[in-house]
Design a protein around this ligand. Sequence first.
Ligand code: SAM
Length: 206
Amino acid sequence: MNESMNTQQVRQRYDEMAGNWRLLGIVDSLVLINRLRKKHIGNASGAVLDVACGTGENFPHLRNASSITAIDLSAEMVDEARRRKRQLGVAVDLLVGDAQSLPFGDDTFDTVVSALSTCTIPDYVTAFHEMTRVVRPGGQILLLEHGRSSVGWIARRQDRHIDRVYARSACRNNRDVGAELAEAGLDPVSHVATHLGAINQITIRG
Ligand SMILES: C[S@@+](CC[C@H](N)C(=O)[O-])C[C@H]1O[C@@H](n2cnc3c(N)ncnc32)[C@H](O)[C@@H]1O
């Protein structure tokens, strides 16, 4: 892969894309990601933090939350998320901020969720550590992450196109999510891969 973007470059990329990002909802439905959001992210309960919330695609699935806080690097994405929360009529405390340095105290949340996000975060190890810091002991971190397919020809295709994909969306869609979690010293209690091994539902205990 070509040189990685820094945090400012990722922010700029998502600021530029924010207006079109809600189209993701349509793609979500077509490839059944929204079902996985419902099934996996829908397990969130109590005080919930949505890290790198984007336009708020997780919000409809946080029905068991007693409170929702959501943070994203891109002010434009947060503006879209604000519109989404109004449409849905849900209460969400929305902030612009960096997952690599979360502005919350230790053990603040019962559940941390994050979807399709850590592939875009330059220092993903620090972001994983930040998620574990702000979740209370015994709480849970629910991740829905895409990565390198377990099917050989699809993985090779992902590798071939990674420079173009990364330049367009700051997304390392061929990364090995399990290896990145291990690099951060995290050992999930559950890791289920679907969509030809390219979508990962991960649960980590706080
Ligand atoms: C592919 S989008 C996914 C958005 C949303 N989670 C979803 O499921 O639709 C990735 C998001 O990560 C955000 N992001 C990237 N780096 C970040 C960082 N360091 N801190 C917080 N958010 C970040 C981007 O601004 C973008 O909204």
